[in-house]
Design a protein around this ligand. Sequence first.
Ligand code: PMP
Length: 402
Amino acid sequence: MSKRPINFGAGPSALPESVLNEALGGILDFKGTGIGVAEVSHRSKEFVSLLADLENNIRTQLDVPPTHKILFTQGGGTGQFSAVVLNMLARHRLLHPTLPDEQRVMDYVITGSWSKKAMDEANRLGGASVHIAADARTKSKDSKSTDGIPAHEDFDFSADPVLIHYCENETVDGVQFSNDEQSPTSFPFHLLPAGGLWPLVADYSSSFMSRKIPRLADHAVIFAGAQKNIGPSGLTILIVRQDCIVDVDAAAKLGAASVPISMAYKPIADAGSLYNTPSTLAIYIASLVLERSKKLGGIEYYEPVNRRKAQKVYAALKEGEEKGVYCGKVREGSQSWMNVVFDVLGDNADAKFVAGAEALGMVALKGHRSVGGIRISLYNAISEEDTDKVVSYMKDFVAQNS
Ligand code: PMP
């Protein structure tokens, strides 16, 4: 075992050390070509087959049905905040060519700062009005702060919306939908009966491949940047239902906004994600991560591991709360498995917690700059052993400060 620090950062974040070592080889010599993976053509047979393997790994591990295509692109989650709006507006235009724009509505579920950012982009782009379908902001309507998933009875979806956007895991706020459909903090799928071709869009940036995606087949678009669970930044993964891959130019002729070609799903899909040069190095590393994950047992392996990791950290947090040392920020039932956020009580106590952890080789525990406090990110590359180490530190910190 190396002496690398344990990186609890929220993204870009830790990658398995074995993958990094393997990648060093591929950077020098990709699949025996004698050329490194960052130097080889994205149209070479070696790279094309790597891309197919990556797609296949995602499809089999997440059980993606043939109704959905897997696309690889760039621009991150933020790029998709725009792309999803433009592609779904085009789809809506083709479905309802004569409907006035004032009658087109995009639904946003606000559970934290990332869903709020997505909604801001929809408002900026226009083409339809924005309706807040549920709102978890606790303090005031312009506060970014949320502490949980809204109650099912507070969801109010529009009739025939252009899209319904939600963020499955709020990386900054530490709020996540439950993956148990019976839970009051699950996404209210019962309001969208199965098979309805719902325009349901999910931002899975910070939980992709960490556990199964509930009701995957009923989603129009699922998107995620790679830089949390599966690779470096620069690669964005999309799972798009085929009826949402539309001819945006035909929609533009009917009055929809023009869509920049690099954001239009159809040319990307038609070209097998090679319409233009993809992020080859990021794709390579993500493919190594997913090969490793396949060998471990895929999502079936990660889901229980990630559940246990989160349970241990939240149990330590609760103990610290009882002793008046920590203050959690998220209600039980809405607590993210991937990003645990809390404050350490007392003057300068957050900084003391962070410094003490660093001295023990645990880094990147500082909360997001907009909210402060502590954030422990528990992505797939963080092992149970790594988690035990931070849990034991959390307990020691409580013992020393209570
Ligand atoms: N959505 C979520 C949930 C995120 O965590 C992030 C990034 N941390 C984004 C969207 C934006 O992604 P990017 O920085 O790749 O544009």
